[in-house]
Design a protein around this ligand. Structure first.
Ligand code: SAH
Length: 346
């Protein structure tokens, strides 16, 4: 549990001997100023001391390691949770905005062959507060370097829709309490159809990304085992219903794997799926992982990436090539596999 799992009603109880406005002051300190309860400047000293020692308000995340890449524009934290489970959180600065990439589970049970988290296996669900606390960690660090965190993507460890309720509770806190616009929050799924269907009736304007990687079932199931449970027909039908219900733009994520899913035929198949959904396609060359290299998976070279992009564009597909960030510190897409990192602590 995290101090960000605590509700206002819980704070009412913790502060029952205090004037009521103390609850608002503490809430503001936690969600807008990212302060430690023991350091809240607007509270009297004796109360700060009591709150600093209050078990329900202790932090759930302990930073085990902090590493930087891209001249400080990418920061990765390995954080330990109360029970010793580990997750990773990444902060990326761009010229005009800053994005936190958060984990929704410790590990992941989806076992995608090319993904380091999938190769490491599943540990447990995160609570909503443990997710929000990652956002606060990133927001505080952004502020310290004179930036403002304004985007959140659920593209860290885990499958968000395998932890649906906690992820949605976290999104509500991020939007309503931290104050990041729902349109700046993206949930990325490997293709859990019931999750897509549930999201389409939520009164929240969040973005949905679907990690596709293959546009025929034979190839897709070899990369994404969950494709057996939810074949492309069911997945794309759910996507179409989602777009019809929400009028939100959908994106397809596609990690380009050399000689596996980067041929003209792959581009043509992908275009045929993306066009009727008006989906935006994000391409990224596969980042190297130990398990991926073992089975011969490597990223598509730059000229192949350009050719694939151009082929999609010639069909009229909206396509972006994403820049790899944080590869040197294993912070790039699909590289998160929180290992114990003795001697690395910042
Ligand atoms: N489980 C969710 C979110 C976590 S992964 C999902 O699958 O969408 C975030 C993104 O990184 C996904 O699009 C995933 O397919 C991609 N990814 C995983 N491993 C990768 C790798 N080695 N190189 C590039 N992208 C990768």
């Amino acid at each position: 549990m995290s101090r960000y799992d605590v509700t206002r009603e819980d704070l009412d109880r913790i502060l029952c001997t205090e004037p009521r406005y103390r609850v608002d002051q503490l809430w503001d300190a936690l969600y807008h100023r990212f302060e430690e309860p023991g350091d809240v400047g607007t509270l009297p000293r004796a109360l700060r001391a009591r709150l600093g020692a209050e078990p329900a308000l202790a932090p759930a995340l302990r930073i085990e390691a902090e590493r930087q890449a891209d001249r400080g524009e990418t920061v990765k934290w390995v954080v330990a949770l109360g029970d010793g489970a580990r997750v990773e959180t990444v902060l990326m600065h761009h010229p005009r905005h800053s994005t936190a990439c958060v984990s929704s589970q410790a590990g992941c049970a989806m076992a995608c062959s090319f993904c380091a988290t999938g190769q490491a296996g599943y540990t447990r669900q995160l609570t909503a507060g443990e997710i929000v606390e990652q956002v606060v960690l990133a927001a505080r660090a952004a502020r310290t370097s004179g930036r403002r965190l304004d985007h959140v993507v659920f593209m860290g460890m885990g499958e968000p829709f395998a932890n649906y309720d906690n992820v949605l509770a976290a999104v509500r806190r991020i939007v309503h309490d931290v104050g990041i616009g729902a349109r700046r929050v993206t949930i990325s799924t490997v293709g859990v159809v019931p999750g897509i269907r549930r999201l389409s009736v939520e009164p929240l304007q969040v973005n949905l990304a679907v990690s596709l990687h293959a546009a025929n079932d034979e190839l897709r199931t070899s990369l994404v085992p969950l494709g057996r449970r939810y074949p492309l027909e069911a997945l794309t039908t759910a996507c179409a219903d989602y777009v019809a219900a929400t009028h939100r733009r959908l994106s397809f994520e596609w990690a380009l794997i050399d000689a596996v899913n980067d041929t003209r035929r792959d581009a043509d198949e992908l275009a045929a799926l993306a066009l009727p959904l008006r989906a935006h396609v994000n391409l990224i060359p596969l980042n190297p992982t130990a398990g991926g290299l073992d089975i011969g998976l490597a990223g598509t070279p730059p000229d192949g990436v350009r050719a694939f992009r151009d082929r999609l564009a010639s069909h009229g597909v909206n396509v972006t090539v994403r820049r790899t960030r944080g590869r040197s510190i294993d912070a790039a897409c699909g590289q998160l596999a929180a290992r114990a990192t003795p001697g690395l602590a910042s």
